[in-house]
Design a protein around this ligand. Structure first.
Ligand SMILES: *Cc1c(COP(=O)(O)O)cnc(C)c1O
Length: 395
């Protein structure tokens, strides 16, 4: 195996990059996959080298070849100046926010954020003297009116968790940059394969690698990529926290990287077919899938995204909680559980009204979120059709 030249790295198309980035023939001694380097101590050959601070690896918290391989690959995939890894997606969000904010600062946070992100704002950030204002994810350029003299960061998540509003990222980023505020985005739904964050004006982009990068529901990982303006600050903050991910999880994420694009494309295809099928069911009130033309933000999605993922929601026509439980409890292929982006299909019932303060969540019926996996689409439809029979039998 030859290592990729910098020219090849730049020239290769996405799928080839996913296969070849982050591999080094010398480090892996010819084996295709790099091993999971584990360790705290790294030895120095002599005192002079130790004092020179020139040795690449010095201690387990400051990086390993396995971590570097994934960080370098992710940097290229995200179109970033650099990237750092954290043990979970939520830890990555916390590090990004702590990189941009100090006591006395003001944060603009999308009302559609992943709920633990809100909890971090109301907990740690509040204690640290950072005030958060939540804004309507569909605010677009109207966000200008919410800026204060001390607004230092705007946080976006597009599409939003559970409710899937698409945000006008370039418009919000332009306004934030005119006021020297950092633009942070949780890009987990799209991944850089469907939304290159830095090309759209994002300074710090977060991806919960737990989802599509891992892809097999067996690891936790967070990635933060930065543009040139924010990389130094991010790297310093990340280093102060000393939170490398576990070696096994990084190894598995590197393995997930190789198949990420084909899994994501298949998830997109399956989710579109299932979303259309669900939309045609008499029990469904509405489908929330940004890649479907009747989604209110479909035009924005078409403008900025190159694809969709397998995560979407639906609103059922009004029906009792007992009927929804009867539908979900009997499903054979759809697992009931948190997280998403794995090979197995999942569903959860949700009500995000308690996690919204700038907008009102009143969808008109019970809400379900689907993460569509790799099972045969007709088997998935059969499973749900039997679920609707149970729902109707108890209605
Ligand atoms: C799951 C998720 C996270 C957090 O990832 P963990 O690894 O579970 O901490 C962050 N943002 C979004 C949008 C997520 O869905």
């Amino acid at each position: 195996m030859k290592n990729l030249s910098p020219e090849s790295k730049a020239r290769l198309r996405s799928r080839s990059r996913l296969v070849h980035l982050g591999r080094d023939a010398e480090t892996s001694q010819g084996f295709i996959n790099l091993p999971a380097f584990r360790g705290s101590t790294v030895l120095f050959p002599d005192v002079a080298t130790m004092k020179s601070r020139k040795q690449r690896y010095t201690y387990g918290t400051h990086g390993t070849p396995t971590i570097d391989a994934l960080a370098e690959a992710w940097t290229a995939i995200a179109g970033a100046a650099g990237a750092v890894l954290a043990p979970t997606g939520m830890a990555a969000i916390a590090v990004a926010l702590m990189s941009a904010l100090s006591a006395g600062d003001h944060l603009l946070m999308t009302d559609s954020a992943y709920e633990p992100t809100r909890t971090f704002c109301q907990g740690t950030l509040k204690r640290m003297g950072v005030e958060t204002t939540y804004y309507d994810p569909r605010i677009g350029a109207g966000i200008e009116a919410l800026f204060r003299a001390n607004t230092k960061a705007v946080f976006l998540e597009s599409p939003g968790s559970l409710s899937l509003e698409v945000q006008d990222v370039p418009a919000i980023a332009a306004i934030a940059h005119a006021r020297s505020a950092c633009v942070i985005a949780d890009n987990t739904w799209a991944t850089p394969l469907n939304f290159p964050p830095h090309a759209h004006g994002v300074d710090l982009a977060i991806d919960a690698g737990t989802k599509y990068l891992g892809g097999h529901a067996d690891l936790l990982l967070g990635l933060i990529s930065a543009n040139a303006a924010w990389l130094k600050r991010l790297a310093a903050t990340h280093d102060e926290f000393a939170i490398p991910p576990g070696p096994e999880d990084v190894f598995l994420a590197l393995r997930g990287l190789r198949t990420m694009e084909i899994r994501l494309r298949e998830a997109e295809r399956q989710s579109l077919e299932l979303a259309r099928w669900l939309g045609a069911r008499p029990e469904t009130l509405r489908v929330l899938h940004p890649a479907l033309p009747d989604h209110p933000d479909h035009a924005l999605w078409r403008r900025d995204f190159t694809g969709a993922s397998g995560l979407f929601s639906i609103i059922l026509k009004p029906v009792s909680e007992r009927s929804v439980a009867a539908m979900l409890d009997g499903l054979e292929l759809f697992g009931l559980g948190y997280s998403w982006g794995g090979y197995e299909s999942l569903v959860i019932p949700f009500d995000c009204s308690r996690a919204r303060s700038a907008t009102r969540w009143a969808p008109g019926g019970p809400a379900l979120r689907f993460s569509v996996g790799l099972e045969d689409i007709d088997d998935l439809k059969d499973d749900l059709a039997r679920g609707f029979e149970r729902l109707n039998a108890t209605a």
